[in-house]
Design a protein around this ligand. Structure first.
Ligand code: AMP
Length: 310
């Protein structure tokens, strides 16, 4: 099964209570593609970068089996730059700077072999571009998953709603679900969002895990792995999305039951990303570590219970 990933490839500057980075490689599509690459061997990335972007990173994606023909390097232009600062709880952050740069002229082409992908992951990106790439596909994928963020809700809400209406799964965080709906209750927010198009909604709650909802009022909850040290939550949401869609692609099963397993795989992938700054941890994982981490999740949430009637 094939997977197409569209989204930003970026430079990030991050400040957390544990330290500060200069420009490091980030971007939604980078995290998604790296994370998915531990589960899928037929994937491609579509994005644009400037000529300041390191070829070494493109090669690393290629070595992980990601087709990079659709990653366009634009001469004389600068890569998208985002900078964020985390609060002490590490669950909330402020965007300090967003420089769209090369994103203003995002004209990357989908590689020929990926114009009818089995699965499509729309990473965080200008919703107009998300829509453009859905429309460019030659056939409808089995599942379209999209992520977005408050930045696009603030400046392009109308077109964002049009994209949301077209996808099967929307992944957003709790703050964004509240912003999108005006509802504080996540259950009410989920109901409202599911009435606007998507069949499934995943609300990510940082260190408090993730909720999967469907239109029939079914809910599944996966915790985040309790970790001793969280260095940098950047990319956790994207790594989650990459693990989720990677698992769905590899199993070719879009049932709610399988989505529950995909949520666990996504949570496991996110738990690696936060252990180091940037994409470092996702670049160096061993397959065995991934398997062990998923098993850790299974034992974290599994229990037997006997309800004895009195
Ligand atoms: P996450 O922590 O999973 O929400 O994703 C963080 C990544 O999103 C960073 O690596 C940024 O480069 C990228 N990012 C930040 N702002 C935007 C934006 N407005 N559009 C697309 N990607 C963004």
């Amino acid at each position: 099964m094939s997977l197409l990933v569209v989204g930003t490839v970026a430079f990030d500057a991050i400040e957390t209570p544990f330290g500060k980075t200069d420009k490091i490689v980030g971007g939604a599509a980078t995290y998604i593609a790296l994370s998915a690459s531990y589960h899928v061997n037929n994937s491609a990335i579509v994005s644009v970068v400037g000529d300041d972007f390191p070829q070494e990173t493109i090669d690393k994606l290629g070595k992980r089996g990601v087709n990079t023909q659709g990653l366009k390097v634009k001469e004389g232009e600068k890569t998208f730059f985002w900078s964020g600062k985390y609060h002490n709880d590490m669950n909330t952050r402020d965007t300090v700077d967003t420089q769209l740069n090369v994103l203003l002229n995002f004209d990357a082409e989908i590689p020929k072999d990926y114009r009818s992908p089995d699965f499509l992951m729309l990473g965080n990106l200008d919703p107009e571009l998300q829509l453009k790439y859905i429309n460019e596909l030659e056939s409808r994928p089995k599942l379209v998953v999209m992520d977005t963020m408050n930045f696009w809700m603030d400046i392009k809400l109308n077109v964002l709603k049009q994209v949301i209406a077209k996808v099967d799964v929307l992944t957003i965080n709790d703050e964004e679900a509240r912003l999108l709906t005006g509802e504080y209750s996540l259950v009410k927010a989920a109901k409202q969002i599911l009435e606007t198009g998507p069949k499934y909604l995943i609300i990510k709650k940082g260190e408090h895990g993730a909720l999967l909802f469907n239109k029939q009022n079914k809910v599944f909850y996966a915790p985040a792995l309790p970790l001793e040290e969280v260095f940098d939550p950047t990319g956790a949401g994207d790594s989650f999305a990459g693990g989720f869609i990677g698992y769905i692609t590899s199993t070719n099963d879009i049932s709610f039951e399988n989505m529950k397993r995909a949520v666990i795989v996504g949570s496991a992938m996110a738990s690696f990303t936060v252990e180091k700054f940037g994409t470092e941890r996702l670049e160096t994982l061993e397959e065995k570590e991934v398997e062990e981490r998923i098993n850790q999740f299974v034992s974290l949430v599994q229990f037997d219970i006997d309800l004895v009637a009195n």
